[in-house]
Design a protein around this ligand. Structure first.
Ligand SMILES: [Fe+2]
Ligand SMILES: [Fe+2]
Length: 267
């Protein structure tokens, strides 16, 4: 069954934190580990950067499909709320969060980041309609890995307040997954060229979520921390199996490859 975008738009809501008790008190009693907090800063910054990513996507052929732009409008709103919710945990640890961190991330992108967006837009325009399949497939991969990053952080921290909050975020990521994956499947199934271009893009151009905007050592740390050990490995294989089921995308080994690259880097 096709994803119901109108119902998604009607039922979207920011992730709540106001009913989780006094977070400052809960995290003062039991703070997150230094490693967990470092992952959380990364997740906060990347979730909050979604609107900039959306700006770039709206320069591509995806903007022509009103179903997709309705989804993206609401998706961006929910991702923004994830940044805010994660910011409340940073605040509970007495850490900078929200606009203070977000402005710094944007300042770090430098003067030429708009140029990068323009080059992507030119490439996407050259690909034409089949670019939408690339966008939807990359979206599915990024949402799968994001949700699994939260699951791994829950597992590593075992902190009740963090678990409650991240479980709520993960429920929203699941709806994002449902949209991207169903759109990707339909579009890939319909066009051999879309399958080819997407396969090329995933193999040659895909990079872990946040790696384009965060310092390389932070990406390496977060991936290393979350993909480490038996559970990390299992999670990477699970995501690869999901990617394998997208038409024409079997055997790419994106996440197991990423785990190989990063998981030992922090030991
Ligand atoms: Fe999110
Ligand atoms: Fe998401």
């Amino acid at each position: 069954m096709a994803f119901d975008v109108d119902s998604f738009a009607r039922t979207a809501a920011p992730v709540r934190t106001d009913d989780l008790g006094d977070l400052a008190e809960r995290f003062a009693r039991r703070p997150l580990s230094d490693e967990g907090l470092r992952c959380l800063r990364y997740m906060h910054d990347v979730e909050s950067h979604t609107v900039c990513y959306l700006r770039d996507l709206l320069l591509t052929p995806s903007h022509r499909d009103p179903r997709i732009t309705t989804f993206l409008t609401v998706w961006n709103y929910e991702e923004h709320s994830h940044g805010v919710a994660l910011g409340s945990v940073l605040a509970a640890h007495g850490e900078p969060h929200g606009d203070e961190r977000n402005a710094a991330v944007r300042a770090r992108q430098g003067r030429f980041e708009g140029l990068k967006a323009m080059l992507t837009a030119a490439a996407a325009a050259a690909v034409g309609e089949d670019f939408v399949a690339v966008h939807m497939s990359v979206g599915a991969v990024n949402e799968w890995t994001t949700r699994s990053g939260y699951a791994r952080l829950i597992e590593r921290e075992q902190h009740p307040a963090l678990t409650a909050l991240l479980t709520r975020i993960m429920a929203q990521e699941s709806r994002h997954i449902a949209f991207y994956a169903s759109e990707a499947r339909t579009r890939l199934a319909a066009s051999a060229r879309a399958r080819r271009v997407t396969r090329w893009a995933l193999r040659r151009k895909w990079a872990p979520v946040g790696s384009g905007v965060m310092p390389a050592e932070e990406t390496a740390f977060v991936l290393g921390h979350l993909l480490d050990g038996e559970s990390g490995r299992r999670e990477a294989s699970r995501i690869d199996a999901l990617i394998d089921r997208l038409p024409g995308q079997a055997g790419l080994g994106l996440m197991t490859g990423t785990a190989d690259r990063y998981a030992t880097a922090v030991r």
